[in-house]
Design a protein around this ligand. Structure first.
Ligand code: FES
Ligand code: FES
Length: 169
């Protein structure tokens, strides 16, 4: 009897097929099979959020999901955000207001922020703190992370406003 399962999923826009052990975690599949080491492992208790990726658009701790459970899903990791060169708006905002120090938590923070802003394009500080409560940072004290998310939200709203105006909306 085979002790692997065949999975097919899309990771950062590329279709991937693989045979994986049923117990392989998505985070290990991403890091070890695909070499996408921007997704970090910061704990073994599903608490820190360093491993957050988007699965079908929702931020998920990839250490809480089996690779086999992601079969058929669309997964986005931090590597996909700046693939065309410049940082994406969330990454840029984190950089601009010094919302990172060691940077270990940052990929997970950025992916969780994308999920947050998709649902709350103009969040209050309380909503930002609530939205990122599953992501731990040992360095920054969170203050600048909240500022970064607010800044990213403002810039994304401005950008969208310009696009709407240009389209005659
Ligand atoms: S490594 Fe996934 S929550 Fe910490
Ligand atoms: S910047 Fe070091 S853990 Fe957040």
């Amino acid at each position: 009897m085979s002790n692997t399962v065949a999975i097919k999923l899309t990771v950062n826009g590329v279709e991937r097929q693989a045979d994986v052990e049923p117990r392989m975690l998505l985070v290990h599949f991403l890091r070890e099979r695909l070499g996408l080491t921007g997704t970090h492992v910061g704990c073994d208790t599903s608490q820190c959020g360093a491993c957050a990726v988007l699965v079908d658009g929702a931020a998920v701790k990839s250490c809480t999901l089996l690779a086999a459970q992601a079969d058929g899903a669309e997964v986005t990791t931090i590597e996909h955000l700046a693939r065309e060169g410049p940082l994406d708006p969330v990454q840029q905002a984190f950089s601009d207001v010094h919302a990172l120090q060691c940077g270990f938590c940052t990929p997970g923070m950025v992916m969780a922020t994308h999920d947050l802003l998709a649902h709350s394009p103009r969040p209050t500080d309380a909503q930002i703190r609530h939205g990122l409560e599953g992501n731990f940072c040992r360095c920054t004290g969170y203050h600048n992370i909240v500022r970064a998310v607010r800044l990213a939200a403002e810039r994304m709203a401005e950008h969208q406003g310009r696009e709407t105006t240009a389209a005659g909306g």
